[in-house]
Design a binder for this molecule. Sequence first.
Ligand code: ADP
Ligand code: ADP
Length: 224
Amino acid sequence: MKLWILFGPPGAGKGTQGDLLKERHQMCKLSTGDMLRRHIQTGTPLGKKIQAVVDAGHLVSDEILLELVREGIEEAGDREILLDGYPRNVAQAEALDTFFPAQVGAVFHLVVDEAALIERLSGRRLCPTCKRIYHVVTHPPKISGGCDDCPGSALVQREDDREDRIRVRLAIYERETAPVRDFYRKQGLCYDVQADGSVETVCSRLTDIWEKIQSVANTPRQTE
Ligand code: ADP
Ligand code: ADP
């Protein structure tokens, strides 16, 4: 089992790239945002507890996230796992190291400038049924407002994708989440990936790096 972390600010394209990589490389994707939204949507006790925090764009407690992530990783068994949305602060990165030591294969840091992030987030729409990610301009559905894969399902805008919440989330990212990059950089695990091209371009950049890391890991060491 290896953990591959999709990292970057809200709107960088983690979910979009995670869905593509999952499909093309048969990996298991764990998106903490999706997990939390599923609890909110189905009205579980956890969903009721966290809804206001998520809608406001703040971070949910580390204890809740660790439990969700541990459960998800354990359920995935031996499969390669893509983590989207975790870790979100240094304490979460340390917890991951404690419970799954030396399992992080790489951290892919998706780099996008702030103006593009705001455009991406304000135009993001989701299918509430299959969770497919759309954008009103760059990735619109075939029929306006509907999901290509789920007949009758109307796309929704996330509460936390409203303009005032976007600013809150970007500020929290800079303060709490960005230091996670340095945590992994010091371990030689962080790769910066320009994420401002098309979805396909970004996906091939990620795949190239991922394949290189794997080929180095699989090359037998020379003995004297
Ligand atoms: P994140 O998971 O990092 O918050 P998403 O994958 O949900 O980001 O993408 C945010 C929005 O940007 C979505 O509406 C998505 O369709 C759009 N998007 C993602 N990647 C690109 C890209 N390379 N170019 C243009 N739009 C993109
Ligand atoms: P985005 O990729 O657009 O930033 P996510 O879908 O990853 O958004 O997360 C949405 C919200 O879910 C976050 O703003 C936060 O409230 C909560 N959340 C997701 N992952 C975590 C985490 N690792 N720690 C704390 N809160 C989280």
